[in-house]
Design a protein around this ligand. Structure first.
Ligand SMILES: *[C@@H]1O[C@H](CO)[C@@H](O)[C@H](O)[C@H]1NC(C)=O
Ligand SMILES: *[C@@H]1O[C@H](CO)[C@@H](O)[C@H](O)[C@H]1NC(C)=O
Ligand SMILES: *[C@@H]1O[C@H](CO)[C@@H](O)[C@H](O)[C@H]1NC(C)=O
Length: 178
């Protein structure tokens, strides 16, 4: 390699690369997932739930990623609310009723607001994604006060907390990268 080539490689090439940065909102999808999951309460759980919904892996930017993750969250927590209402028929306890109606009405409502706000207000969307987890915590607290230790309910509450953490992390990127 002659000195002119070396000069090109070490001085000119970095300048060319710097002047053509890769836009932050068109990162490869696997990078998006790694970055989002890295900021959640449970990295392995985040990777597992997102990989089992391959549509999310096709997201081209954080906005699309956030929309798909919020849609997944709404589907999952609506299922959980249905599960709780079903349990109530077999076990009409006050705390399961509180979870099935009050808590999960809030959880489902917050994720739906977060999705609706995605179009024009990233900050509100980010906030609602975060507070969506509160209903799952309230439900868990209420169940333990009645000494109901049902792992099927707690694993669903954990999943709701994870979905809140994932959508909060994803929408956090919108404020700095768009
Ligand atoms: C994940 O987080 C760690 C520590 O905060 C950081 O060093 C690493 O670069 C992050 N990885 C990704 C893919 O963002
Ligand atoms: C990225 O998205 C494409 C579709 O746009 C998909 O075929 C591919 O499997 C995704 N890659 C990863 C690593 O998820
Ligand atoms: C739910 O999460 C808590 C806290 O991380 C954990 O202690 C508990 O074992 C989890 N419950 C289930 C059923 O996964």
């Amino acid at each position: 390699m002659d000195s002119q080539t070396l000069f090109f490689l070490f001085l000119i090439l970095p300048l060319i690369l710097i002047s053509h940065p890769i836009p932050a909102n068109t990162e490869p999808n696997s990078t998006l997932i790694a970055k989002v999951c890295n900021k959640t309460i449970d990295k392995a759980g985040c990777l597992a739930i997102l990989r089992s919904h391959p549509q999310i892996l096709t997201a081209k930017n954080y906005l699309e990623f956030s929309r798909l993750a919020l849609e997944l969250a709404i589907t999952k927590v609506t299922e959980t609310q249905g599960f709780l209402k079903g349990l109530l028929k077999k076990n009409p306890s006050a705390s399961i009723r509180y979870c099935a109606f009050f808590c999960y009405d809030e959880v489902v409502g917050s994720f739906k607001s977060a999705l609706a706000e995605l179009a024009e207000d990233f900050e509100s969307s980010n906030y609602d994604a975060k507070v969506a987890g509160d209903g799952a915590n309230d439900c868990q607290t209420e169940l333990s006060s009645e000494r109901i230790l049902d792992p099927a309910i707690s694993s669903r509450n954990n999943e709701t907390l994870l979905l809140s953490s994932i959508t909060f992390a994803a929408t956090s990127f919108l404020q700095t990268c768009m």
